[in-house]
Design a protein around this ligand. Structure first.
Ligand SMILES: Cc1ncc(COP(=O)(O)O)c(C=O)c1O
Length: 459
């Protein structure tokens, strides 16, 4: 099970809980900390705070250069005209926009979503679209309608941490399939499926992020897309294609979606979080008709309906603003940041490091020299005022070394100057770790205990 980075501390004695004796102070148990512990459903055992969540509190201090979170660069948005449009929308459509709506989402937004998907070659009918509260909710619903406890779900190794937590929360067993610089390897998927079949196990679906992968930063080669479809068809495995970054190719390049080749065997997930704004929490699922019906029922039981208000905001934005121009400005901003990160990595990192070269999206996936452990190193990196996400967060099983030498670096949010400074600090931390290793061998020193206020940011 993944470990959180929550601090271990001493806890005040709960009222009414006797101390064993003065000589042997009461050691708080989990039950003391949560008196409802015996009530939780078994599935909550899979719900642990992710490394990302635990980190945000520390990494969001201004003196820390955070290369950890995947927050879009919203300063690129035209806030003035958005505000004007919003005020007008409340005046003209307020009575509907502030009312309950359909569980599937408003017809107007579903139509607009089909126009957005057409940019990636998807021909879809609005009836097959379900609007969700971010694509995270779509992931939750897909897992809810397909997975019983113990069912197998396939995902890439590494995979999006939010998807892994959803699968864990439904007690699914995640089997991860190796990737390389061209995305997931179809022959490995085939081998995994054969081996599962030999054990009498049939995965419920294969979850994949083909474009500008989170966290690996790679894109699935076009030839591999056809091979994947073929392997999945052969083994009768449904594909869940998660594509929030597809329109963020730095050269405006668009890759063929798997949904456009095989509409009956792919559930496609999209989102406005990266191309517009994540605070709107608007995403969608495009699914074969029968699956769509189950998704709508699941959505209804979760939220009654997705927020009508934000659906109106997004529809109006797509109808009246230059949203394609906005995506282009995002792409330019992210390309500049990607370039800054790649240049800084090449200039500052010690020999033995390698990293991916993303053609779009938000992330670089960094491998550090043998013997280093990115999770053990993280507190020391934060002390040096730089944060990242350790690779272990992106693997369902901890232990066995998966992700130990890896880290995700995000270039989406900080300015190019801050990115350069962050990488410079990271390089200093890596140099120090290597130096310690050369001196003491393969040990991971604990951070010094006690308060460690970071020095003021000089960047
Ligand atoms: C691959 C992937 N899928 C889904 C999501 C969730 O996005 P949303 O904001 O639409 O819920 C993210 C967010 O970072 C992501 O990276």
């Amino acid at each position: 099970m993944r470990q959180s980075l929550h601090c271990q501390g001493t806890f005040p004695r709960s009222k009414g809980v006797p101390m064993a004796s003065r000589a042997t102070p009461h050691q708080p148990t989990q039950r003391d900390l949560d008196r409802h512990l015996h009530r939780y459903a078994r599935r909550t055992a899979g719900m642990t705070a992710s490394e990302i969540r635990a980190l945000f509190a520390v990494a969001s201090r201004p003196e820390v250069v955070s290369l950890a979170g995947g927050m879009p660069y919203l300063s690129a948005l035209p806030l003035d005209s958005l505000a004007d449009g919003l005020a007008q929308m409340v005046m003209t459509d307020g009575m509907t926009a502030l009312q309950y709506g359909s569980a599937q989402g408003t017809p107007e937004l579903r139509e607009r979503i089909c126009e957005v998907m057409a940019l990636e070659g998807i021909r879809a009918h609005p009836d097959d679209v379900t609007v969700t509260v971010g694509s995270q909710m779509a992931l939750d619903m897909v897992t809810r309608i397909f997975c019983d406890p113990g069912d197998v779900v396939l995902a890439e190794a590494p995979s999006y941490v939010g998807a892994l937590s959803t699968f864990a929360s439904y007690q699914a067993q995640v089997v991860q399939v190796p990737m390389d610089d061209e995305g997931v390897i179809p022959a490995e998927l085939d081998t995994t499926l054969r081996s599962l079949r030999a054990q009498g196990r049939t995965p419920k679906f294969f979850y994949t992020i083909p474009n500008f992968h989170n966290p690996a930063g790679v894109t699935l080669a076009v030839t591999r897309r056809a091979q994947l479809l073929q392997v999945c068809a052969e083994h009768r495995v449904l594909i869940v294609e998660d594509n929030p970054y597809g329109l963020l190719g730095f050269d405006g390049q668009i890759y063929p979606t798997m949904r456009s080749s095989d509409p009956d065997n792919v559930v496609y997930l999209g989102s406005f979080s990266k191309t517009f704004a994540p605070g709107l929490r608007t995403g969608w699922a495009l699914a074969p008709h029968a699956v769509r019906e189950k998704l709508v029922l699941a959505a209804e039981s979760a939220t009654l309906c997705p927020p009508t208000f934000t659906q109106f905001v997004v529809s109006r934005y797509l109808a009246q603003q230059d949203w394609k121009g906005q995506i282009k400005s995002y792409r330019e901003a992210y390309r500049e940041r990607r370039d800054a990160m790649l240049a800084a990595l090449a200039q500052h990192l010690p020999p033995g490091c390698r990293w991916t070269h993303p053609a779009g999206g938000f992330y670089v996936w960094l491998t550090v020299p043998e013997g280093l452990d990115t999770k053990a190193m993280l507190p020391r990196a934060i002390t040096h005022r730089v944060a990242y996400i350790p690779g272990t967060a992106f693997y369902a099983e901890s232990g066995g070394g998966a992700g130990d030498r890896l880290m995700r670096l995000s270039f989406c949010y900080p300015t190019p100057e801050r990115i350069t400074e962050g990488v410079r600090r990271l390089a200093a931390v890596l140099e120090r770790e290597l130096e310690l290793r050369r001196t003491f061998g393969n040990v991971h020193p604990r951070p010094v205990s006690g308060p460690q206020s970071p020095a003021p940011d000089t960047a």
